[in-house]
Design a protein around this ligand. Structure first.
Ligand SMILES: Nc1ncnc2c1ncn2[C@@H]1O[C@H](COP(=O)(O)OP(=O)(O)O)[C@@H](O)[C@H]1O
Ligand SMILES: [Mg+2]
Length: 271
């Protein structure tokens, strides 16, 4: 399913002042592509991802999913939250069944799908446990298969491995890739980790700290699974690190979208 981000802008009012987080962001994600949004903390990655999810509205522009405008959350989009956000009062089983019920997977199919997903994530036999009884890595895998359970067309992941220590993180990156390769769902992932972005993505979009301006839109053309010692891998990593340094300090151009938004903000402020 094709995902189009068209001139998306977003402003928040903080302490009575308008704060433009996303100025004028546009890009298209092709069906089956694994795209990563990379950028410094506070640059608007989560804001953009939650707009795509339909959890919050745009101030300008629009998001299209296969040509249809996104206005609210829907089962066509799965979301993995930064801190997993499993329901603590539900067992593993109920956590995974929940999105299936939401997206109206027929009751007779649910059990089979549950077992498939548990097997995929190597979590067979864990279905009666509660989230607090699981390790960080298990919770992460459950958050991931829960997001897949409703058969979304697009999988949105906000720093899905952010809370996981370095070694476990590399193992989970491999698992995540293997899971993704099975059904090639369209993915938009957010991270601030350059290595993770290169290891997993078909394409990396680097956002600047100011108004989410896109500084680079880079394909990653390395065979999977990726070898971190491949000179091309190492070069890509250095290149992205350099861009990230710029990303922290970039002043965006005054595009038409930003001007319009600033004008609209001034109007609301003076009312
Ligand atoms: N609901 C909100 N109200 C006001 N400001 C917000 C809100 N959500 C995010 N922001 C601000 O928007 C900016 C971008 O936040 P976020 O999208 O979470 O960044 P990132 O995920 O890249 O770290 C931050 O300055 C943050 O304080
Ligand atoms: Mg964030």
């Amino acid at each position: 399913m094709e995902l189009q981000i068209e001139n998306v802008s977003k402003a928040f009012i903080n302490d009575g002042n308008n704060h433009i987080v996303l100025g004028d962001v546009s890009f298209t994600v092709d069906e089956g592509q694994f795209v990563t949004l990379l950028g410094p903390s506070g640059c608007g990655k989560t804001t953009l991802l939650t707009i795509i999810a339909g959890f919050q509205s745009v101030s300008g522009g629009r998001v299209l999913l296969n040509g249809r405008q996104v206005t609210r959350p829907g089962p066509d989009r799965g979301f993995v939250f930064q801190n997993y956000a499993l329901f603590p009062w539900m067992t593993v089983r109920d956590n995974i069944l929940y999105p299936m019920k939401m997206s109206r997977v027929p009751a007779q199919e649910r059990e089979q799908r549950l077992q498939e997903l548990l097997a995929m994530a190597q979590l067979e036999g864990k279905e009666k446990l509660y989230p607090h009884q699981l390790s960080g890595g298990m919770k992460q895998r459950i958050a991931f298969i829960r997001a897949l359970a409703g058969k979304p067309e697009v999988l949105l992941m906000d720093e899905p491995l952010g809370a996981i220590d370095f070694q476990m993180r590399q193992i989970l990156q491999e698992e995540l890739e293997a899971l993704w390769l099975r059904d090639k769902t369209t993915v938009v992932m957010v991270t601030h980790d350059v290595d993770e972005a290169i290891y997993l993505s078909d394409r990396i979009i680097v956002m600047s700290a100011r108004k989410g301006k896109i500084l680079e839109d880079m394909p990653v053309e390395l065979p999977r699974p990726r070898n971190r010692k491949n000179p091309k891998y190492v070069r890509s990593k250095e290149h992205l690190m350099d861009i990230l340094k710029v990303a922290i300090n970039t002043q965006p151009e005054q595009t038409e979208g930003v001007r319009k938004l600033q004008l609209a903000c001034q109007k609301t402020a003076s009312q």
